[in-house]
Design a protein around this ligand. Structure first.
Ligand code: TYM
Length: 333
């Protein structure tokens, strides 16, 4: 039986947090059984923020170890480093010829990054969705498991794939679709600071690699409000976010208990936070143990990356060859 192809990646710009885990990695774990999965470390994408060579290398190693520690199995999935598959840059160049300035400038992530780092609005940031499209379609992916924040980038990938097919009047690329854990909406894991999504550099994240003591401290410091004053009142954003996190990591009866306490104005946020911290630790502590173990084993990490690169290149070379023929690059001599 031919398994549908899946592609997804994570930038090596820091430790993985609960947003990465529940938005992406948990889907990877579920998909690797029944799909032909390519999971990679997006080191070329991470260059948009100019890491030092040391930080880049450390970041790649960390994400690789974290993928493995979470349970991504190199026997079942292809795990690789983006820059080990240079064909993706060639496809990126071709796709850039049909990516328009207006549509790239309008993407939310570009506008946001340009606002956050006005001193470094580079062309790589602008064409970020094009490289991401190349990552996806070079393996002819049908599914892309990502969190809500990547929705627009995925939409661009769909657009570029369809545009290429139409331009050359051939169905070279499938149109990739998002994949979510329960078939519902793509998810957004909130941070602990009261607003917005959990991020690597937002200072609002809980990391898989983090010490349980540190996690307890962080969660206890999470932003809340003065508490409900009327039964069944609407929750403020910081409190809603804590409940969202609780729904993600805790059992339904725990969520139910705190919902009832909130609705009857008897809630003590300290109790909710204590429970939330322990339930987060129950998820992260075993992963942390494995990360520590795997990080010690450079030979194993190198072997996984080498085998992954070989498998990913095989697929990428095949597609690129087809693409070049379709475009009209014929050998004359
Ligand atoms: P990155 O490194 O920012 O994030 C990696 C994955 O984690 C998800 N994620 C979240 N999901 C829910 N809630 C959050 N708070 C949260 N924070 C992060 C992201 O949605 C993503 O799935 N552009 C990508 C990397 C990439 C890629 C690709 C992904 C490059 N090429 C091709 C898929 C396919 C990125 O920067 O992810």
């Amino acid at each position: 039986m031919i398994k549908p192809i899946v592609v997804s990646g994570i930038r090596p710009t820091g430790y993985l947090h609960l947003g990465n885990y529940y938005g992406a990695v948990r889907n990877f774990l579920r998909m690797q059984e029944d799909y032909n999965c390519y999971f990679f470390i997006a080191d070329i994408h991470s260059l948009t923020t100019h890491p030092t060579p040391e930080n880049l290398q450390a970041g790649v190693k960390q994400v690789l170890a974290e993928y493995l520690a979470c349970g991504i199995d190199p026997e079942k999935s292809t795990i690789f480093i983006q820059s080990d598959v240079p064909e993706v840059c060639e496809l990126y160049t071709f796709l850039n010829m049909n990516a328009y300035l207006g549509e790239l400038e309008r993407t939310t992530s570009f506008k946001e990054k340009a606002r956050k780092q006005p001193e470094n609005v580079n062309a790589g940031l602008l064409t970020y969705p094009v490289l991401m499209a190349a990552d996806i379609i070079i393996h002819k992916a049908e599914f892309v498991p990502v969190g809500k924040d990547q929705e627009q980038n995925l939409e661009m990938a769909r657009k570029f794939a369809g545009r290429f097919n139409r331009m050359y009047k051939q169905e070279v690329f499938p149109i990739p679709r998002p994949f979510t854990f329960d078939g519902g909406d793509m998810i957004k894991v909130p941070g602990l600071d009261g607003s917005g999504k959990m991020g690597k550099s937002e200072g609002n994240g809980v990391f898989l690699y983090e010490d349980p003591k540190e996690i307890r401290k962080k969660v206890m410091r999470a932003v809340t409000d003065a508490g409900p004053t009327e039964p069944n009142s609407k929750k403020t954003e910081p409190v809603e976010n804590l409940f969202t996190l609780l729904k993600i990591v805790s059992t339904p009866d725990v969520v139910d208990h705190f919902e009832k306490a909130y609705n009857s104005c008897e809630i003590r946020y300290g109790d909710l936070k204590k429970q939330l911290a322990e339930d987060i630790i129950a998820v992260t502590a075993p992963i942390r143990e494995r990360i520590l173990e795997i990080l010690k084993d450079d030979a194993y990490l190198a072997q996984v990356a080498r085998i992954g690169a070989e498998k990913a290149r095989e697929s990428a070379v095949r597609t690129l060859q087809e693409v070049k023929e379709v475009i009209g690059f014929k050998r004359l001599f």
